[in-house]
Design a protein around this ligand. Structure first.
Ligand SMILES: Cc1cc2nc3c(=O)[nH]c(=O)nc-3n(C[C@H](O)[C@H](O)[C@H](O)COP(=O)(O)OP(=O)(O)OC[C@H]3O[C@@H](n4cnc5c(N)ncnc54)[C@H](O)[C@@H]3O)c2cc1C
Length: 430
């Protein structure tokens, strides 16, 4: 980029070209709103988060990306399996049990994120987004009335200002604007930590669950492991537990990883011939929310707005829906020439209510792990649990299964000799 004249006719500057930023670029271009995406990295770049929930399919369909997912042969994900902590066995769900409105296929996808994110960014470009990679935005600029007026970025050792009508923070866990505005709040309960890598020769389990996501409960508080197929050969494996568990263990990542692989019989079996093909990566400090997702001339989308624990693979779906819902309000803002916080706030309300449902589900899940398996296996609650697991959290005024979980937990708390009593954790629930 030589000067800022190329971008100055863009109405919306999107900072970050991950799934949230690229999907928003697609929606805006389809609505005829000129937009530019600044991405700090040069894609393909590695990224954690490789398994998607069903609701993502709806957004991919709307932005015309499904044929690309099919053409590229990303592994199809038809369901999910959960394995208990100290005994063998698994509880499965299959997505075809609960057809979702507007989704005509019975599977979603596992993805190599470097490949997915590059394709999605290219797709946004093909629909009309201007895309600049290797461009790091350092600051969002505000005018004297406290409306955004553009961004400052660094390019080839030069700082330049790029003006625009609206700015979108899609910087993921970098949370550029959240930090700048000091509206970021770390989660008071969750402080999880992940150690992960890719492996060959993982035994992926019995049919039909070989291409499901497999979650292994670990015999340590809030501990679990993921198994996600990346292609027919490679499998992503990750160990997640409280950061304290990792710190107290004082082990090298590989040693720590192996310790917890050996702690679960099914996981140990799956990994018995596994061969690691890349370095272990560590991820921590990742649960937080912003006090605000929308203000005068700006919105925050995807991880830049809110991050909930990844146990249910919700992240990319939230990123995609935040793009969809924010694009609706951005269109409204252009149609009414009103870029005020009030005009954009309905987006925040919608996204916040959906992410709060995810959060509550996750919190109740960690409060009493066996309850989740019990509900999945119960005729009464299975479909409602499945609905949540598929990412149907938006536009819902009530979620009765969460009340049922709360009631059940209360009974266990009040019954000292209940079979699950010793498995209650100290997580506060409302
Ligand atoms: C341990 C772990 C496991 C996970 N597992 C899953 C899973 O299985 N399934 C799932 O759906 N989700 C999972 N997630 C969550 C998932 O990774 C995220 O929710 C998802 O990537 C969010 O997309 P995004 O576009 O908001 O952010 P990102 O994908 O992080 O994209 C943000 C982009 O912004 C760019 N950027 C940052 N700062 C700047 C700047 N200043 N200027 C320009 N560009 C910038 C970055 O380079 C990046 O490309 C997991 C997360 C963790 C931590």
């Amino acid at each position: 980029m030589k000067t800022n004249e190329k971008t100055s006719d863009s109405n919306v500057l999107i900072i970050g070209g991950g799934p949230a930023g690229s999907a928003l670029g697609c929606y805006l271009s389809k609505a005829g709103i000129k937009n530019t995406i600044f991405e700090a990295a040069n894609h393909p770049r590695a990224h954690v988060g490789e398994s998607m929930v069903m609701s993502s399919v709806r957004v991919f369909d709307e932005i015309g990306f499904l044929p690309i997912l099919e053409r590229e042969g990303f592994p199809r994900k038809y369901g999910a399996s959960w394995h208990p902590p100290v005994t063998k066995g698994q509880a499965d769900i299959s997505f075809d049990e609960f057809p979702q409105e507007g989704i005509t296929q019975q599977y979603t996808y596992h993805v190599d994120r470097q490949k997915l994110d590059l394709l999605l960014l290219k797709h946004a470009e093909s629909l009309g987004s201007r895309v600049y990679q290797g461009v790091q935005v350092s600051e969002v600029l505000f005018d004297e009335k406290n409306f955004t007026r553009g961004v400052r970025l660094r390019i080839a050792d030069q700082e330049i200002e790029v003006p625009s009508r609206m700015v979108v923070d899609a910087t993921g866990r970098q949370t550029l604007l959240g930090k700048q505005l000091r509206v970021k709040k770390n989660d008071p309960i969750f402080d999880q930590f992940a150690v992960h890598a890719w492996f060959k020769n993982v035994e992926r389990g019995k049919e039909p669950s070989t291409d499901y996501i497999h979650i292994y409960f670990l015999p340590v508080e809030r501990g679990w492991a993921w198994q996600i197929p990346i292609d027919h050969e490679i499998t992503s494996m990750g160990i997640v537990a409280e950061k304290e568990v990792f710190k107290k263990g004082r082990m090298a990542p590989g040693e720590y990883f192996q310790k917890y692989v050996d702690s679960n019989p099914d996981l140990q079996h799956a990994m018995r011939n596994a061969e690691r093909i890349n370095d272990f990566k560590l991820e921590g400090d990742y649960s937080y929310k912003m006090d605000t997702f929308a203000g005068n001339g700006f919105v925050l989308i995807g991880d830049a707005a809110r991050f909930v624990d990844p146990i249910f693979s919700s992240g990319v779906s939230v990123a995609l829906y935040s793009a969809k819902y924010s694009s609706e309000r951005i269109q409204y803002a252009f149609e009414h020439n009103d870029f005020s916080e009030a005009a954009l706030k309905p987006y925040e309300k919608k996204l916040r209510s959906g992410t709060e449902i995810w959060y509550e589900f996750i919190r109740l899940y960690y409060k009493l792990l066996p309850l989740f398996t019990k509900f999945i296996e119960s005729k009464e609650h299975r479909i409602e649990i499945l609905r949540l697991l598929q990412g149907e959290v938006f536009d819902r005024s009530e979620v009765p299964v969460l009340d049922a979980m709360r009631k059940y937990i209360k009974v266990v708390e009040e019954t000292p000799n209940h079979a699950f009593a010793s498995m209650l954790t100290d997580i506060p629930i409302s």
